[in-house]
Each structure stands twice: as C-alpha cells, then as structure tokens.
Ligand binder design. Structure first.
Ligand code: FMN
Length: 427
C-alpha cells in the first residue's frame, strides 16, 4: 500500500467541507503533524471556495484530492486504498450538508465515498451558524451519526463569522488535534490518568503598574501554562488556571481566573489552594513591583527617572511550604546556567519537580515550541524540542508518574520534608 511520509504517528485522512471555518484547516494540519501524524487531505468542491489546495498541499506534504474522477490520482492511490490507509477519518469543518450526506449514506463525491469505504473510526467537527446547528434536521442527523459510532467534536459556543453568537463554532484546531491523536497515541497523559485529582496551574506574565498607563511585565505568552492546563484536563483532572494577561483563549473545561499583578496572582492562588493535589507554577511572575503607583501619568520632565522596586511575594515557594501541601512543580526560565539555577530553585524552594528551559529572543517565551529538562530529587529527564502542546502532554504524564511515586504509595516526601524558613529565598 502506498505511503508517502514515514512517521511514527497516525495516518489521518482529513476531509474538509465547505464551511467558513475551512480557513483554519492549514493550522489544523500543522497541529496534527506536530503530533507526528501523516495527513492526507480530501476537499469537497465547496471547501475550495474557502481555502486553497496549494496551502493545504504545502502544509501536509501531499497532493490534495478533490475529485472522485481524477484518473491520475486514482492510478497512484485509489480511493479504496486511501480509505484503508487511514487510521482515522477526520472531517473538519463538517457542514450541515456533509452531515446530511453522511447520515443518508450518500456516495456522491470522493469524501462521502471514502467514508463508506473505510473501516476506521470517523470523527467530525461540525461548524455552522448557530441557528443552522439547532435546526431539527441537523440535530436528527447528528443523532444518527452518533448512534452509528461517529465521534463528534464540538461545536463550541462563541462569536461566529456571521457576526452572531451561539453554538456552532468549529472547535479549536489544537483541541481537535489533541483529541484525534490522543485516541490511540502512545505519547502523553492517557485520559483518566488524573481522574479525581485537582490541579491548579498559573500561567502568563504579570503586570505591575507604574502609573495609570505604564507597567512592568515580561515576554511570557502563557502558551506553556495553558498547554499544561489543557493536558491536565485531558488526563481527567479538575483544573483551575490562574492567568496573567495573555492573548489566548481558555482551554475547554478549565476554570480560568484572570489576574493582572503578582499580588493578585498570589491571593488567587492561596484562595484556590485548599484540596489541590498538584500545583504547576508556569507563570512568569514579576519578581519586583514599583514601590508605589503614581495616581497620574508620570510626565517626562527630567532627563532621568528612578523607579524604586519592591520584591514580590514568592507564590511557588509559599505553596511548596504549605503543610500539608500539593505536589509542587515549578518552571525555571533562564537565559544562562539553566541546570545550575534550576537545581538551586528545586532545592531552595523544596519543590517536588522543576521544569527548566532556556529563554531568549529566539526560544522559550512566546514561541510555539520548547525544549526542557526536568529535575526532581534523585532523577532527571530531558525532552527534545517539541510543540508546547505535545510537550505538555508528556510533562503531565511525568508529573502523574512522579505524583503517584511520592504520594500514591502512602509515602509523602513533601509532607515529611523540613519546613521552610518563613521567607524562603527566591533565586
Ligand atoms: C460564505 C459561505 C459560508 C458558509 N459557511 C458554512 C458553514 O460554516 N457551515 C455550513 O454548514 N455551511 C456553510 N455554508 C454552506 C455550504 O457551503 C453549502 O451547504 C455547501 O453545499 C456545502 O457543501 P459540502 O458539504 O459538500 O462542502 C456556507 C456558504 C457560504 C456561501
């Protein structure tokens, strides 16, 4: 059987139908490929109105199929071979029309013919105007498809391309990729691994106001923390995310609390910490804040301006010092001597685990990929460069294993460890 790209991931046949959300499919392909999937694409005629074959060919690395009667394509890999090749058929976006054709058992074009010819699971991510989605005919088709074992992802609620608000948005490409690749992936935290556990995650930067229009902050995008929260949720945990100001949407099923300053993040963390099993501190909390905040905008009257700064409270150390406290995981973002600083932070703050990454203008903050080394008392593990979303799945798996090792057996090293001094040293 022909196979164009050798990967250790799944063979995913992506069917794209003619909804406006088709413009998001090049990103979806990238997210699937980041998870080592080999992706071949079949488009309906209407889908070609919304996204180009050229873009999809470039991101998938395969010619795109759009015609049942393409003799050349049939000669190199017949539609039956393509149906057999697929480990899963994913249709995203799935229009009301394709749902009707699938429910009716049609084989009127390449995509519907493939769906009848495959023995692999079919997953669809519907996307349409919210009134269309709530239409009785569409809901009847949804029910029929579900009863036949077709898995339905979404749709999500929110503002729609048509300017209205309601249920009908295609789920986030990253979420679709995580669900589809997580079905039989060997990587990442398996669903159910953290069932019954409460996980608290901090993410993003903090902003420390100087005056009503200025603040001190850092380059953290929040992507790593959000990915950790999503991965913990996917592993079955109840997840609360405390987030500084970022530009990404809250992971599905995660309660997100928005804060601005380090002080607010400290207060929100301690308001949530009771009964938390695992605390993951991925936020880049400002170490210092201005002594005082000017009530009015500071004018540029003088050639120099001196700001006096005060140390922020150390959120991670304060949580790690709780007795009893959660399994405490920190992140160390360093520009140099990463290992040395990470090990010092692990020891000084008496953490259960530290995830160290090098940051700079070309890596770490605000990038989609990351490379990390993880340390704990008596062990370490290195992870090669990977998408933050995929890396988060692996890190959650490691955290679950370490949690089980130190808390699951009845031995609780962090409960037995010596108490901190009242004001633990920050690095
Ligand atoms: C601008 C525009 C946007 C559309 N967006 C959607 C959509 O988001 N969801 C949907 O179900 N249909 C949408 N349609 C209608 C479908 O394109 C139409 O039903 C088409 O027959 C679907 O064919 P297909 O499922 O074979 O791709 C849209 C049509 C237009 C003109």
């Amino acid at each position: 059987m022909p196979r164009f790209i050798e990967t250790d991931g799944m063979n995913i046949l992506l069917g794209i139908s003619g909804g406006i959300a088709a413009y998001k499919t090049p990103e979806l392909v990238r997210r699937l490929r980041e998870r080592s999937a080999d992706v071949q694409i079949v488009m309906t005629a209407s889908a070609e109105e919304f996204v180009t074959e050229t873009a999809l060919q470039a991101v998938s690395g395969h010619p795109v199929r759009n015609n049942l009667w393409d003799k050349e394509a049939e000669a190199s890999m017949s539609h039956i071979d393509l149906a057999r090749w697929a480990d899963v058929v994913l249709i995203a976006p799935a229009t009301a029309e394709i749902m009707a054709r699938l429910a009716g058992g049609a084989a009127s074009d390449l995509l519907t013919t493939l769906c009848l010819a495959t023995e692999s699971p079919i997953v669809i991510a519907p996307a349409m105007n919210h009134v269309m989605w709530s239409n009785a005919a569409v809901q009847a088709n949804r029910k029929t498809l579900e009863q036949r074992g077709i898995e339905i992802i979404g749709p999500d609620s929110g503002s729609q391309a048509c300017g209205e608000t309601g249920a009908g948005r295609m789920s986030d490409p990253d979420e679709i990729a995580a669900i589809v690749c997580g079905r039989n992936s060997s990587r990442g935290a398996a669903p159910g691994l953290l069932d019954g556990k409460a996980v608290l995650v901090t993410a993003g930067p903090t902003r420390e106001p100087i005056d009503p229009v200025r603040y001190i902050s850092n380059r953290s995008s929040g992507k790593m923390g959000y990915a950790m929260a999503a991965a913990a949720r996917a592993a079955g945990a109840r997840v609360v995310l405390i987030s500084g100001p970022v530009d990404i949407s809250s992971p599905r099923g995660v309660e997100t609390i928005a804060v601005q300053t380090a002080e607010e993040m400290y207060e929100a963390t301690h308001a949530q910490i009771a009964d938390v099993d695992i605390f993951i501190a991925a936020a880049a909390v400002s170490d210092y804040r201005p002594d005082s905040v000017e009530a009015q905008k500071i004018k540029k009257n003088d050639a120099t301006l001196t700001l006096r700064l005060t140390r922020s409270k150390d959120i991670l150390a304060s949580v790690a010092a709780l007795q009893p406290g959660p399994f405490a995981v920190g992140f160390a973002a360093e520009t140099n001597d990463v290992r040395k600083y990470a090990l010092a932070k692990l020891k000084n703050k008496q953490l259960d685990m530290i995830i160290a990454n090098k940051v700079g203008s070309d890596r770490g903050f605000d990038h989609d990929e990351n490379t990390v080394d993880v340390y704990w008392q008596g062990g370490s593990k290195s992870y090669p460069t990977a998408a933050k979303t995929a890396l988060a799945e692996d890190l959650v798996l490691l955290i679950a294993e370490r949690y089980e090792a130190v808390r699951g057996t009845g031995t609780q090293p962090s409960l037995a460890r010596p108490k901190h001094a009242t004001n633990p040293e920050k690095d």
